[in-house]
Write a protein that binds this ligand. Structure first.
Ligand code: ARE
Ligand code: CA
Length: 479
């Protein structure tokens, strides 16, 4: 349950936050598949409460388990999963099963279902009063594990997963999407559910669908949202026997580093230790849909697309380092942290428009996953395979470099001084194209060419004023 089931030697998933299913399918075929991405996390797919002004977070207020949201319906979902699997890109669904909606009157859903939220009546499931934790209480003390699990998170009506009927409805929903060909789930608010209840639910899930190309007896990839920065009652380690856990410390610490608050040289032993989970238990990111806008945990240290140079450096480090299963965020532009995705007057989500020249997105979509530097680091990661970090170098300050075995080499400069240095790259002698400043086009490198000598040494040059403080070369891109 910790294996993302990437096809062949693919790697890294992207969260296409709030994208429509048809657009995701197109993106799998025209970009993610060809580029080597392993999979896509999609926003919650089951029917949600329609809220005034359509904030993005309405999708975390379920009204039923019907697949019907602003991203599309069950048939467009099924078609997306098929089309993405066909080009070797896996689909992971964000599952919201800790709770249903908060109070709303009237409560009408994206699939037309209604609910009487104050009496906990959700006829489209159906759920009723007895399926929710009682007495009703709200979470305020994170040092009390029972309160965190049995009370309401921000007024969201809290399902009781110890009840057989509630379990059966959740299992039914997840099994339905497994049979449609998904490879995994993000378990929203897993911290707010008892591990023993989740264990029962997970144990009843079907194997992945052989009809959709998964090997026999493959188990669903499970990664759970358990925010644990230390100092609370609930520990991330309580969930690692069930699946992976999203390691929130990762992006917070790296955000702090690449904002310049800590010297990069201290990243030499980054990974296990550092208060991070063991690598094989962790799913990691620089930012997510919550903490990029001040929700969830991390606050102002989180880096986002709004600080592109630092963000790209932190992401390059994430993808170059062997720790964890990596996820890349793909956002829409916002200033108001509540605002939903780009939409027309009727609230229908707009498709991202892609600039044919640059391959970047327009009309409000940021598409970090298409940024040249990020996309190329995804390739770097799959070329690096499982090779260890070798040839660590630092200037005793904010300049670092390392190789991944003899497949790939990266240098980062977060210093006020230029990095100009002969460094051991670990790579075979030859001419390499720096994938950050350019690419190989018609057999020519459009960016910096790096010459590695017979001894594996190359001269590395990253000016302090460079657009990107990164240089990355690997055996897949020689010129
Ligand atoms: C919205 C409104 C609320 C309102 C509620 C009900 O903002 O004011 O009371 O609706 O009407 C998202 C948004 C919420 C939103 C919710 C439902 O972030 O603002 O509420 O959708 O629309 C905790 C949880 C963690 C959770 C974060 C946000 O532990 O699970 O809070 N993250 C997930 C998703 C979110 C989503 C939900 C859960 C709910 O990723 O997108 O909420 O499905 C410490 C603790 C953390 C805690 C954190 C913040 O760091 O350690 O555990 O995270 O503080 O409180
Ligand atoms: Ca709960």
């Amino acid at each position: 349950q910790k294996d993302p089931h990437y096809k062949d030697d693919r790697d890294t998933m992207v969260h296409l936050f709030e994208w429509k299913f048809d657009d995701i399918a197109d993106e799998c075929e025209r970009f993610l598949g060809p580029m080597g991405y392993g999979g896509v996390q999609v926003s919650p797919i089951n029917e949600n409460l329609i809220m005034r002004n359509r904030p993005w977070y309405e999708r975390y207020q379920p009204l039923s388990f019907k697949i019907n949201t602003r991203s599309g319906n069950e048939s467009s979902f099924a078609s997306m999963v098929k089309r993405c699997n066909a080009v070797d890109v896996r689909i992971y669904v964000d599952i919201v099963v800790n709770h249903m909606s908060g109070d709303a009157n009237p409560a009408v859903g994206t699939g037309g279902s209604t609910a009487n939220t104050s009496s906990r009546s959700y006829p489209a499931v159906p759920f009723s009063f007895a399926d929710f934790h009682q007495p009703v209480c709200s979470i305020s003390n994170y040092n009390n594990a029972t309160e965190v699990r049995n009370c309401e998170l921000s007024g969201l009506h809290d399902l009781d997963q110890s009840k057989e009927y509630v379990r059966s409805k959740i299992v039914e929903f997840i099994n339905r999407i497994i049979d449609l060909g998904v490879a995994g789930i993000r378990v929203d608010a897993a911290k707010h559910m008892w591990p023993q209840d989740l264990k029962v639910i997970y144990s009843r899930l079907n194997n992945l669908s052989v009809a959709h190309g998964f090997p026999a007896k493959s188990r669903l990839f499970i990664y759970q949202e358990v925010i644990d920065l230390g100092g609370e009652a609930i520990k991330k380690g309580e969930y690692t026997s069930l699946g992976r856990v999203i390691e929130f410390t990762f992006g917070i610490v790296l955000g702090n580093f690449f904002r310049g608050n800590e010297q990069l040289k201290f990243l030499k032993n980054w990974g296990n230790g550092w208060g991070l989970l063991p690598s094989e238990d962790a799913l990691v990111m620089i930012d997510n849909h919550d903490n990029q806008r001040g929700h969830g945990a991390g606050g102002a240290t989180i880096l986002t697309y709004k600080l592109p140079k630092q963000y790209k450096m932190a992401t390059a480090f994430e993808l170059a380092h062997p720790y964890g299963t990596t996820r890349v965020m793909s956002s829409f532009n916002f200033t108001d942290p509540s605002i939903g995705p780009p939409a027309d007057k009727n609230g229908s989500i707009l498709s991202p428009e892609i600039d044919p020249k640059t391959g970047t997105c327009k009309n409000g979509w940021i598409c970090e996953h298409r940024w040249h530097q990020i996309q190329q680091m995804v390739v770097f990661r799959l070329v690096a395979k499982n090779d260890p970090i070798n040839n660590w170098w630092d200037n005793d300050g904010d300049q670092i470099a390392f190789s991944r075995g003899s497949n790939a080499f990266i240098a980062l400069n977060n210093d006020d001084e230029d990095l100009k240095q002969s460094l051991v790259t670990g790579l075979p002698a030859g001419k390499y194209c720096d994938v950050i400043t350019g690419q190989v086009k018609n057999n020519k490198c459009t960016g910096k060419t790096v010459e590695v000598g017979k001894n594996g040494v190359a001269f590395v040059d990253i000016p302090a004023s460079a657009e990107d403080g990164v240089l990355a070369i690997h055996i897949g891109r020689q010129s």
